[in-house]
Design a protein around this ligand. Structure first.
Ligand code: PLP
Ligand code: ZN
Length: 465
């Protein structure tokens, strides 16, 4: 792609085939691998230091400077400014969380939570959607589709309905999607197709349908999504005065986020904008632990791009044979065939990464601890905190290391899980959580039931308040 600032390139170094930006595809035509958005940085105008981005703060009346994604647009220079579609995504907070630090086993001041639930649709997905939607707009798409465990569809529905520029077509599996998320897609007017199957089935179908009908696909196989998600790391760095933390801990589902984070740091290092790259910890739910199994148990590595495909094929074969379906309360990461597996392996290599799995019990206990801090998160997000705790217990993370956990989605996304955890109603607890092996709610804040009598109410408040 001589002469272009931005283009697409096959992730396989051996292949390295390039495609122009207006070629909407989700895989390399030559070898079938995923694509990256790649840049010829010598043609781009990148700042000499990250601190230069602070100048954008005084231009917040410009939507491109207000957006927590596009104020870093020099680091994702694929869209002309006049084409950018933004709904104010990325106004998120990095919060020092000492109570959660104590729970995790870190010293005070060493744990930070990045609240991506504060995005317009309530999850980090908006960071990526603004970028993919902008690209869809650049190439004149009329419809955009995704398969979703809920948050991708909620995000797509926001961009479509706020801008009125495209029709959203979303594929969801049956009975799995949390109500907070489904309610968004329905109310924002997305065409919602419910497949009688799970997420992995919905994902396979949406690819077929998008190819057949020429619909723009916004799942995280879309390389532009990942460009937007890089900015989560820029904001973390910004909040830490551009000093990289020791660890980034992130839940792993389709592995788009972890892949994007690795790319963000690799590029910043290449550009000389940071000297040190944080270590990356990707946390699977135990009920959907493909990455953990492949990376930690079977030794699968990026290996300079020569990924040992036979290990992956063998594992997929075993999944098919045993008819094993992903199963976890953390529905956003209830995925057994992560589409960004190879990109994530590359990120793990670039960031000296580790992978862990945590069960639903530990996820929900961590979630309750996060929520007790005042801004909650959904179950999948809390896997990061549960994972950090596990890595502390193992001694992989030291007590004085600086750790950032990414809280990927808002607390209100999945009220069912939260209410069941705090409920005194054993039946409700069992129907939502008990069947998943959750036995205790160690940090439950139970409602106090009192008769409708003033004396009794006052007595209860004196006793518990
Ligand atoms: C999508 C999602 C994830 C998983 O992110 P990947 O990039 O697919 O690994 C985790 N948490 C929440 C809340 C999500 O919406
Ligand atoms: Zn290729």
């Amino acid at each position: 792609m001589a002469g272009e600032v931005a283009f697409q390139r096959c992730i396989s170094p051996e292949c390295g085939e390039t495609y122009s930006l207006d070629d909407a595809r989700v895989a390399c035509a030559r070898c079938g691998n995923l694509l990256d958005v790649a840049y010829d940085w010598s043609r781009a105008s990148t700042p000499r230091s990250l601190k230069a981005f602070e100048a954008k703060w005084s231009h917040r009346n410009d939507p491109l400077c207000l957006s927590g994604v596009w104020r870093f647009r020099e680091l994702l220079p694929f869209a002309p400014p006049e084409k950018v579609i933004t709904v104010g995504e990325g106004q998120t907070l990095l919060q020092r969380a000492d109570a959660v630090a104590k729970f995790v086993g870190l010293n005070a001041g060493r744990l930070y939570l990045q609240y991506e639930g504060m995005n317009p649709s309530g999850s980090f997905k908006d960071n990526g959607m603004t970028a993919a939607f902008t690209h869809a707009q650049m190439i004149g798409a009329k419809r955009a589709a995704c398969a979703s465990t809920g948050n991708t569809s909620a995000s797509l529905a926001v961009y479509c309905s706020v801008t009125g520029l495209m029709r959203a077509v979303i594929f969801v599996g049956s009975g799995k999607i949390a109500y907070g998320k489904l309610s968004q897609a329905l109310e924002y007017g997305a065409l919602t197709v419910q497949i009688l199957g799970d997420f992995d089935d919905a994902m396979a179908r949406v690819k077929e349908v998008a190819a057949e009908l020429g619909i723009y696909l916004v799942n995280s196989v879309n390389p532009f999504r990942l460009e937007g998600q890089k900015t989560i790391m820029y904001r973390v760095l910004e909040a830490l005065a551009w000093e990289p933390p020791d660890w980034i801990v992130v839940p792993g589902g389709n592995l788009g986020n972890s892949s994007a984070f690795g790319k963000a740091f690799a590029e910043l290092r290449q550009l000389g904008l940071i000297e040190r790259v944080p270590r990356l910890a990707v946390i699977n739910a135990a009920g959907a632990d493909t990455l953990y199994e492949l990376y930690e148990k079977r030794g699968l590595r990026w290996n300079g791009g020569a990924v040992h495909e036979a290990i992956v094929d063998q594992y997929h074969h075993e999944l098919d044979e045993s008819r094993k379906k992903a199963d976890t309360i953390a529905s956003a990461i209830e995925i057994n065939r992560p589409v960004n597996l190879k990109k994530c392996l590359r990120a793990l290599e670039d960031c000296n990464g580790v992978v862990r799995e945590v069960d639903d019990q530990h996820i929900l206990d961590a979630k309750a601890k996060v929520g007790a801090g005042g801004f909650g998160c959904e179950p999948a997000s809390a896997a990061s905190v549960a994972g950090a705790k596990l890595l502390r217990e193992e001694g992989v993370i030291g007590p004085d290391e600086r750790v950032v956990c990414i809280l990927t989605g808002h607390q209100l996304k999945d009220p069912t899980a939260t209410v069941a955890y705090h409920s005194a109603d054993q039946e409700m607890f069992n129907s939502v959580l008990g069947k998943r092996g959750v036995r205790r709610a160690s940090f439950a804040n139970r409602a106090v039931v009192v008769p409708n009598e003033l004396d009794e109410i006052i007595k209860a408040i004196r006793l518990y308040g």
